[in-house]
Design a protein around this ligand. Sequence first.
Ligand SMILES: CC(C)(COP(=O)(O)OP(=O)(O)OC[C@H]1O[C@@H](n2cnc3c(N)ncnc32)[C@H](O)[C@@H]1OP(=O)(O)O)[C@@H](O)C(=O)NCCC(=O)NCCS
Length: 171
Amino acid sequence: MREDLELKVDSHLVLKPLLEKDFVTIKKWKNDRDLSILMLSKFQHTDLQDVRQWYVKNMGDNNQILLGIYLVGTNKLIGVARVMFINWDAKEAELGIYIGNRSDRGKEYGSKAFARIIRYLFMEQDFNRLFLKVSRTNRFAMKSYLKLGFKEEDELENNVVLMAIYKREIA
Ligand SMILES: CC(C)(COP(=O)(O)OP(=O)(O)OC[C@H]1O[C@@H](n2cnc3c(N)ncnc32)[C@H](O)[C@@H]1OP(=O)(O)O)[C@@H](O)C(=O)NCCC(=O)NCCS
């Protein structure tokens, strides 16, 4: 992905590539079992070297955009957003997001960051469809996605819902 991509969300929030100084914070979040359950990802203990490898691998993937969610004034990392498995022909991609610390959730940071990414992909990159997978039991995430305009498309295994949003429906 472009290493200089920076998406201003509002006066408080900006999306930009992760800074090396924040790998320790990422490590902490990757070792949070509850967070990995919400993210539907398999938990595995992560050290700093794993974070570095994860970063290099994902930044080198042309079918992915990996961004940190930063508070503007303090430059504090509060979360991570990813655009994954980009299909450049179909102009489709899967999205993923988390706000790392519980105390930073419920403040609309995640919803606003996602709205900015969706606007960027639809308006500046001409994407057609964006989708994500979420557990139906993840009430806050479900609320956030419905608020943003995602609609349920399919019911997958283990209470996981496939949700999608289309450019033609919001433009
Ligand atoms: C899902 C997530 C990205 C949403 O971002 P956010 O900044 O918390 O979003 P919002 O503040 O807009 O909250 C969404 C809804 O959940 C509610 N909510 C979120 N956190 C809450 C909390 N701690 N306490 C009470 N309500 C909360 C909000 O009130 C809001 O509902 P409303 O619009 O009816 O008021 C964020 O909560 C998060 O990172 N969760 C953990 C990881 C995760 O689940 N990722 C998604 C995996 S699919």
